[in-house]
Design a protein. Sequence first.
Lengths: 80, 305
Amino acid sequence: MATFHLTISSVGQTHFDGEARSATFPGADGEFTILPKHEPFISTLSSGTIIVRPENGETQEFSNDNGVLECSSNKVVVLL
Amino acid sequence: MANLKSIKSKILSYKKTGTVTHAMEAVSAVKMRKSQERALSMRPYARAALRMLGSVSGSIDALRHPLTQERTAGKVGIIIITSDKGLAGSLNSAVMRKTEQFILEANLSSNELAFFCLGKRGYEFALRRGFEVMHQHTNISDGIDEIEFHKITDKVIELQMSGALREVRVAYTDFRSTFEQQAAMHKILPLSQKIMEYIVKEIPPDRGKYAEMAEEINGVQSYTIEPEPEAVLAALLPKLVNVAIFHKLLESKASEHSARMVAMKNATDKAREMTQSLTRTFNKVRQAAITREVSEITSGIEAMR
């Protein structure tokens, strides 16, 4: 199954770092989901919940307040 | 000559002090390593933030954002990062000296200055000099979480945005290596490309265990930006400021621990030295006492003949 690399980190710590099948984010213009091989993309996130479906294991949720998302070459970085 | 009993008790107390300082040395060594690792873990974050910034705007010098604008009105904010406790050599006094030097060179009067104090020593310093303290935070734990930390940076950012501050500088201790720390003062606001690049570059130390992690910042790609570049910037810039200040705090923490480690090592060595020389004195005194006694006895025998 296709996956992409997802990193969710805040200044002091990394909350998630690994392969994911998909992830749903609270975007500034509404919720959106990122799947593998997404185009290069930068967006702000509004407050809400980030839902990550990792390659292995259970769905994880992270609360987000004022994050920024960057997606390039199948890597997604979220800065909280 | 001092009596045997008092020398003995002195030796004992030196030994005890040595044990304590030795323990403190070990504790500081562990704490230093932890702070160093933590400071380093921020590097990917800072790099990602800078990369995004580069993708959005090319260079931040061209930006029109309150955090990047040069101003002439307003106060100069100084964030002074010191330790809460002493026993760390000249660490804190060096930071204070650096601050004073800057104030003198920039020819600023005390009503042009605003202090943000992280750590008790810096706070006491600002109070003693009669500077305005806008924020203070003492007893910062090594594992300070960012929510707590955001309170400080949010305030700084807010004041800079509103124009109450024209620039912000940080006085802290730069961690070069375990045996070398240096007080430093850096401008962090208003942001410029140079400052940003510097923030990311300086994260790994010059020498030592983590030095090899230094690397170049990679190039720019073209992105779809949503909703619009300005909104992304507005979210990104405060994050970068936050990273910069937080990193300096961790760097100061690492410096504090390593300075304390070295200070405690010196104390331990000194205690050992003192114990040795006192033991020698003790033996001499004891020997003298024995000799005296023997000669008293023999002279007593001589007299009886």
